[in-house]
Design a protein around this ligand. Structure first.
Ligand SMILES: *Cc1c(COP(=O)(O)O)cnc(C)c1O
Length: 446
């Protein structure tokens, strides 16, 4: 693209973007290239130059039914015309009520209360505030720490960062603004292998020594996402529930990435047949059409919060319960309730297992793993995201590697032929990938 051109109304000014717009986790002065997308339909993103890419990311776990789904688009159009937004203080509306009803029905029986938040990170903040206020209402105000496990990812705001993996840099980078929490080792037993109960020793000891100060245990159930795409054993999660019960600690499950079918169960905690005290939902909640998240809790937690000195829950953002976002979520959850997701995820899982298996023999692939609609190639070296991104675009797919991981989580509605294009591209790129050269620069040959 000729970057010296003045922008016209029809073209995306990529140079202006580069000069002025921050993108996620990027440098403003040394920006990685961004690709101009003008439309998206089904599983395809349409680039400005006319090229179409099969989406392997669901726009970061969110777009589970595909882009421009007529049902979600119609629900949002109708809602925009009728009531796009109204304050939630002292006012309610049908989209919020319908959404809450669907969420209460879909989740485990004890989760009866719904707090609507703006984004996943905020849902995590809300969950942590609920836990602290709960213990104030139960006359144990010293319970203020959050216990979590290493390799986690829970968002980018300050309280959420405090429970992200402590090796990630966030903890030292922002100094004392990041609260010190308690960290247990990451779970080791893999989803499909035998469970080693010894891996509970350290976390059990942390519970025993610190429970008077622990408000909640906060973890991603079964799949640790942005912290390394690791799938851990259901018995481990079940054991965590037991430890929480034994030591009077709340269990907060962060299902923001795993919720709504992605791992093969509607919610990942179902793999362990447990219930959370507080549950965070986000990402796929609106089918990926607009930002919305939810924090759900039990009657007991809500009662404890009400018994706290504040008497109310201390949170209430300007755009809380936004009707447009709620309408999108209702439409998306109705699609979930039509119940094609189980068969779709089952087919995706089987095909991913079959087509990715051979990559285990490639020299730079250290692990191949699949769970539900998630397929991962773990490489032996840190990848050059910008360079691999271009290769994937050249191959007609949208896959965004990070760290040493090439992974996909496509929309549930992807066809078998399109899924094959994704796995083929993953294998081509993984095979070509070479170890970093002496300068630490990343090379590949084709
Ligand atoms: C993405 C994610 C978050 C943060 O959600 P945002 O909407 O990006 O703020 C929190 N927890 C998990 C497990 C996530 O995958």
């Amino acid at each position: 693209m000729n970057t010296h051109h003045q922008s016209t109304t029809n073209s995306i000014d990529l140079q202006f973007d580069k000069d002025h717009l921050w993108h996620p986790y990027t440098s403003m002065t040394n920006a990685l290239p961004a690709y101009g997308v003008i439309a998206a339909n089904g599983v395809e993103l349409q680039l400005e130059n006319g090229k179409k890419l099969i989406d392997g990311t669901s726009s970061w776990w969110a777009c589970i039914h595909g882009y421009s789904h007529p049902k979600i688009v119609a629900a949002m159009q109708q809602q925009t015309a009728q009531l796009s937004h109204v304050m939630f203080g002292g006012i309610t509306h049908r989209p919020a009520v319908e959404l809450a009803r669907l969420l209460v029905d879909m989740t485990s029986p004890k989760l009866t209360k719904v707090f609507l938040a703006d984004s996943g990170s905020i849902a995590v903040e809300v969950a942590m505030k609920m836990a602290l206020q709960y213990w104030q209402g139960r006359s144990q105000p010293s319970k203020q720490k959050i216990l979590t496990i290493k390799n986690g990812y829970h968002g980018d705001t300050f309280a959420a960062m405090s429970v992200c993996d402590p090796e990630g840099g966030m903890h030292t980078m922002f100094g004392e603004l990041v609260t010190k929490q308690l960290f247990a080792p990451a779970p080791q037993s893999k989803f499909n292998q035998a469970f080693n109960p010894q891996e509970l020793d350290e976390i059990s000891a942390i519970f025993a020594d610190n429970h008077q100060h622990i408000a909640a245990l906060l973890v991603e159930p079964i799949m640790q996402g942005a912290g390394g795409m690791r799938f851990y054993h259901p018995d481990y999660l079940a054991a965590l529930r037991q430890l929480c019960d034994k030591y009077n600690v709340l269990l907060i499950l962060d299902e923001i990435a795993t919720g709504f079918g992605r791992t093969g169960k509607l919610f990942a905690y179902e793999h362990s047949a447990i219930e959370a005290d507080i549950l965070c939902l986000g990402k796929a909640l609106t089918g990926g059409y607009i930002s919305l998240a939810a924090t759900m809790c039990t009657d007991e937690v809500a009662q404890g919060v009400s018994d706290s000195p504040a008497g109310v829950f201390m949170h209430g953002p300007t755009f809380m319960g936004n009707p447009l976002a709620c309408a999108a979520a209702v439409a998306s959850l109705e699609l979930i309730k039509e119940n094609h997701w189980q068969q779709q995820i089952g087919a995706i899982e089987a095909q991913l297992k079959q087509e990715l298996a051979e990559a285990a023999d490639y020299p730079n692939v250290v692990d191949v793993r699949v769970l539900g609609g998630v397929g991962v190639l773990e490489m032996s070296n840190i990848l050059d995201t910008a360079q691999l991104q271009q290769q994937f675009v050249d191959l007609g797919v949208w896959i965004r590697p990070f760290s040493n991981l090439i992974y996909i989580m496509p929309p549930y509605c992807i066809s078998s032929a399109d899924l094959s294009k994704l796995t083929t591209a993953m294998k081509i790129v993984a095979k070509q990938t070479e170890l970093p050269n002496a300068t630490g620069e990343f090379i590949s040959h084709g």
